[in-house]
Design a protein around this ligand. Structure first.
Ligand SMILES: [Zn+2]
Length: 139
């Protein structure tokens, strides 16, 4: 897409600190990192939402995520990573080209887990939620 910053990075119109590339994804250092080694992995084709990707593109994206994750563990001596995809405005997606954040974590960094993103006080019975999801998957 012509005015998309991530498409411009993939096309080389905007410089970025490239970390990894495969046939369907491109990974580079986040320009505003939460910690050293915070990487963004994007599909090469412009897709706004995760649901817009086909299975092959999603598999390629997550192959790249795994390569970046492995490089963070070995190259930065990280103890782990958080891997996250903010899908949609409600989830904090700021750039309308789907992307995965890979964030290095260290045992003593004081950060939280993905469980600290949101916590509802109104939790339904698991079976009720399961039924809704299953009926959606069986469409
Ligand atoms: Zn784009």
């Amino acid at each position: 897409m012509a005015d998309c910053i991530f498409c411009k990075i993939v096309d080389g119109e905007i410089e970025a600190n490239k970390i990894f590339e495969n046939s369907s994804a491109f990974a580079f250092l986040d320009a505003n990192p939460l910690v050293d080694g915070h990487v963004v992995v994007v599909p090469k084709g412009h897709v706004e939402r995760f649901s817009d990707m086909d299975g092959e593109a999603a598999a390629g994206l997550f192959d790249a995520v795994q390569a970046v994750h492995d490089a963070i563990l070995s190259g930065l001596d990280a103890d782990g990573t958080n891997i996250g995809l903010n899908d949609g405005k409600a989830a904090g997606q700021a750039i309308p080209h789907t992307h995965v954040h890979v964030i290095p974590r260290y045992s003593d960094d004081g950060g939280g887990s993905l469980h600290s993103i949101v916590q509802s006080d109104d939790i339904s019975e698991l079976e009720e939620v399961q039924e809704k999801l299953l009926s959606s998957l069986c469409r």
